[in-house]
Ligand binder design. Structure first.
Ligand code: SF4
Ligand code: SF4
Length: 256
């Protein structure tokens, strides 16, 4: 779905107001267990890919893309986008679903964690991120018949969504800025965007080989983290793309 289509879909659902609760639980005891883990159009954000690779024992990004990714271009911006490749079986099952549940549960994508909520964001007056939540009630989902009740905040915390939303919101800000700029992407820039967003392991090597930090003001402590930790490399990649593609120097400045 494009962002506009997603917003339209969310607007058609009942909003979960702050403090309001919904009943839901998903566990092997529900009759529909695993029913939703197949035939999915599961878009993976850069942070989703990073976490899935971690959950797969540090799978190199190239191997992930080759075996588990489906790469396309976003229709709204031309930016690269990745989906999880479903199995080629009759059910088009998710490659990670097992009879006992999700085999990458600790590192499952943000969309799998957020369900049954939908989350919409917009910038607030101080530049902060304002959130709205919606309950996405799929007719086949028996989870809504369970007794456990949640507010949106409790659900987000229980599902470990904080690092996902932090990184994904930054990624969406870059997409929005790129859309507003209305620019095209040549193949060289496309490769650069893909590398910084979806291949933080190769991006770390690129930063070292191309001596990128000789041209930027980056504190030594941050530089060390970027080389040691893929999450820091992705965080830097978002700043770097903002600067090199759009001239946004929020967290990053060229050396004077
Ligand atoms: S359909 Fe609902 S209750 Fe059933 S496995 Fe999926 S999320 Fe859980
Ligand atoms: S990643 Fe896990 S939770 Fe998400 S669809 Fe696949 S098996 Fe289900």
């Amino acid at each position: 779905m494009t962002q506009d289509a997603t917003q339209e879909f969310l607007d058609s659902l009942p909003e979960l107001k702050p403090g309001e609760r919904f009943a839901f639980a998903c566990h092997p005891g529900v009759g529909c267990f695993n029913a939703c883990c197949g035939d999915l159009n599961l878009v993976l954000t850069p942070y989703d890919v990073l976490r899935l690779r971690r959950g797969l024992g540090g799978l190199p990004s190239r191997v992930f893309v080759e075996n588990l990714g489906e790469v396309s271009q976003r229709r709204d911006t031309g930016l690269p986008e990745m989906r999880l490749r479903m199995n080629k079986d009759e059910k088009h099952a998710c490659p990670f679903v097992r009879p006992e549940g999700c085999s990458v549960y600790a590192d499952r994508p943000g969309a799998c964690r957020t369900y049954p909520l939908g989350r919409a964001t917009r910038p607030g007056p101080e530049g902060e991120t304002l959130e709205q939540f919606f309950v996405v009630c799929e007719p086949h989902c028996r989870g809504f018949e369970q007794e456990r009740q949640w507010t949106a905040g409790e659900w987000l915390q229980d599902q470990g969504l904080s690092p996902y939303n932090l990184s994904n919101d930054r990624y969406m800000q870059l997409v929005s800025a790129w859309r507003a700029a209305g620019r095209g992407l040549d193949s060289r820039r496309m490769s650069m965007v893909f590398l910084a967003l979806y291949q933080p392991d190769d991006f770390q090597r690129f930063l070292r080989d191309m001596k990128i930090f000789e041209r930027l003001e980056v504190e030594a402590e941050r530089m060390a983290r970027i080389f040691a930790d893929e999450e820091a490399a992705l965080d830097f990649g978002l700043d770097w793309l903002g600067l090199t593609l759009l001239g946004l120097s929020g967290n990053l400045r060229p050396r004077g």
